[in-house]
Design a protein around this ligand. Structure first.
Ligand SMILES: Cc1cc2nc3c(=O)[nH]c(=O)nc-3n(C[C@H](O)[C@H](O)[C@H](O)COP(=O)(O)OP(=O)(O)OC[C@H]3O[C@@H](n4cnc5c(N)ncnc54)[C@H](O)[C@@H]3O)c2cc1C
Length: 539
């Protein structure tokens, strides 16, 4: 047995959510260790739908290009009729046009193994080593920290950490070791055959949906990073999932019978297995110094591609708070806001994906509409207006009933920006003295500190630069920038295109944007801003 040196945060599980958490925490200056029980990285395309809100988070983290480079646009679905003849096409995931406030409008296809590899490479660039073959088996915690025991090839290694973050997936042990319940249900009768299989024959520019009259279907998506591999997902009353996963001849027969095309060559299986419906949510995402994120905290049907995306949102919400606590700038109590802000959204999401799953995994036959996803899956409307951490002096405290619609953005009630909403982008900002070089808010926001946007020149004179934030003054177009040059050394920008004023209006106001890209405060001046930060530090 060896006792290792201590670390700020021990991350258990090097899946995508553990990796993103490690990146955010490291960028925030914390020491992290990240371990995984497996000795090799997982392969397979599965969690490939990466939604706009996740891409926005990656932009703020400074890694969006790394992830985009590993992905491609989604192909449309080509529906084959019961005789195998190609028919109409449709987009399963929403496809939109970028706008000034929403530069990422379409869901990107990034195979989960390629996505994780890109995240690992970012993390390694930050100097963090991923420790494979180390399995969490025990943990104890007290007021000072967590002591975790890892099984390393039969030997025990003890790690002392201020906090332990369990990103060890739906089957992980962190939850159980911390005494957290995983409430919900597993439905063994609802399952799919999923995996990556080499095939030749089907067109590689579309996402095939083969089906028969009995309610069996098979979807085959050509991986953009391979010339032969398709991601296959299949369901139906006549499918014996476990036998088909392990018997290559059965797999071939199944593909031929649904496609009605026996010329399709079914080659090597890269990764193939069974998936069973499991809909569960932890009754808390935290027990003392142990926290959960991603599938370890909530697991749902893959319909709507929410699992990985919502896990990244967990990491963004939690890690800046954890950084404040570890550096003793905020009390541990701020971590209560993690469940407070994420819990209602996840509960809504579970209800939504379960409804979709019931329609799509229907042995009497799935309706076409059940394969089309509404815009809410892009997660741009996710908010936490009810959080006690956010302060909105313009609209007042959010009505408790506003928790309904945490997931779809509650857009029916009001579209005006509130504290707790996603902070929108705005391009066309030209800094005073920059010779006309234009920037955008998403390039100014940061995952390691707050950004304070001061939308009025006279307010700017009352607000001073803070050490824990970057403060910028944004003046309307047409305003003489020279007049504002004495704004106490703050950065002054002109909103040349008027986008920032349009999306953050009405003015005047001061907006505090959190490191997770969420509007934390909408206040009327210095005293409101001071109150907002006092909430964080006194939490
Ligand atoms: C068919 C299918 C399609 C999907 N499509 C999408 C999609 O398009 N978009 C989307 O957002 N999501 C999708 N998902 C869901 C997505 O795959 C998961 O939500 C995602 O993998 C969760 O990531 P994670 O890091 O939380 O957990 P995981 O990926 O499960 O990683 C957990 C890690 O923890 C490790 N571990 C476990 N126990 C221990 C231990 N005791 N000690 C150390 N390490 C441990 C494991 O080895 C693993 O590496 C899909 C899922 C399926 C099944």
């Amino acid at each position: 047995m060896s006792t290792s040196t201590s670390t700020d945060v021990l991350i258990v599980g090097a899946g995508p959510v553990g990796l993103v958490s490690a990146i955010v925490l490291t960028k925030n200056g914390l020491s992290v260790r990240i371990v995984d029980k497996e000795s090799k990285y997982a392969i397979g395309m599965r969690g490939a739908g990466i939604h706009p809100r996740t891409l926005e988070s990656y932009h703020i983290l400074g890694i969006v290009r790394d992830i985009q480079a590993a992905g491609s646009e989604f192909h449309p679905v080509l529906e084959h009729d019961h005789e195998g003849k190609p028919g109409k096409t449709f987009h399963m995931v929403p496809k939109g046009e970028p706008t000034p406030d929403t530069p990422y409008a379409s869901t990107l296809c990034v195979p989960q193994d390629a996505h994780s590899a890109a995240l690992r490479s970012v993390l390694q660039g930050l100097g963090v080593k991923i420790e494979l073959g180390k399995e969490l088996v025990r943990l104890e915690q007290n007021d000072a920290g967590v002591t975790a025991t890892l099984n390393v090839s039969g030997e025990e290694e003890v790690v002392n950490a201020k906090y332990l973050l369990g990103t060890d997936g739906a089957k992980g042990v962190t939850r159980k070791l911390a005494g957290i319940n995983f409430l919900g249900e597993s439905k063994q009768d609802i399952g799919m055959l999923i995996g990556d299989v080499e095939m030749s024959g089907p067109d590689r520019k579309v996402w095939h949906k083969f089906q028969d009259a009995r309610g069996n279907w098979l979807m085959a998506y050509p991986r953009h990073d391979s010339e032969t591999v398709f991601f296959v997902a299949s369901f139906g009353p006549d499918l014996d999932i476990s036998r088909t996963a392990s018997d290559h001849n059965l797999l071939k027969e199944w593909v031929h019978s649904l496609s009605k095309d026996s010329s399709i060559e079914v080659g090597k299986t890269v990764a193939l297995g069974e998936w069973r419906l499991n809909v569960r949510m932890a009754d808390d995402f935290r027990a003392g110094r142990v926290l959960l994120a991603g599938d370890a905290a909530h697991v749902h049907a893959p319909t709507a591609a929410q699992g990985l995306n919502s896990g990244v949102m967990d990491a963004m919400n939690l890690c800046w708070k954890l950084a404040l606590v570890c550096s003793t700038r905020a009390p541990q109590k701020i971590l209560d806001s993690y469940m407070l802000e994420r819990g209602p959204t996840i509960a809504d999401m579970l209800a939504f994906t379960s409804k979709l799953a019931a329609a799509q995994f229907n042995k009497a036959g799935a309706k076409d509409e059940s394969f089309r996803r509404p815009p809410s899956v892009q997660q741009l409307g996710v908010h936490c207006r009810w959080s006690s951490l956010v302060l909105d002096e313009v609209h007042g405290p959010w009505d408790e009933t506003g928790r309904d619609g945490a997931y779809d953005g509650d857009s029916s009630k009001t579209r005006e920006l509130h504290a707790g909403d996603r902070a929108p982008d705005a391009p066309g900002l030209v800094r005073l003295g920059s010779d006309g070089i234009s920037t955008r808010l998403f390039d100014i926001f940061s995952a390691v500190r707050h950004t304070i946007l001061v939308f009025d020149e006279s307010l700017a004179r009352t607000i001073h630069a803070r050490e824990d934030a970057r403060t910028i003054v944004i003046l309307p177009r047409g305003k003489d920038l020279a007049e504002a040059s004495n704004s106490d050394g703050l950065e002054v920008y002109q909103d040349v295109e008027g986008y920032a004023h349009a999306v953050y209006g009405p003015m005047p106001k001061v907006v505090a944007v959190r490191p997770d890209g969420v509007v934390g405060g909408i206040v009327k001046g210095l005293s409101g801003l001071t109150d907002y930060f006092a909430r964080l530090y006194a939490a």
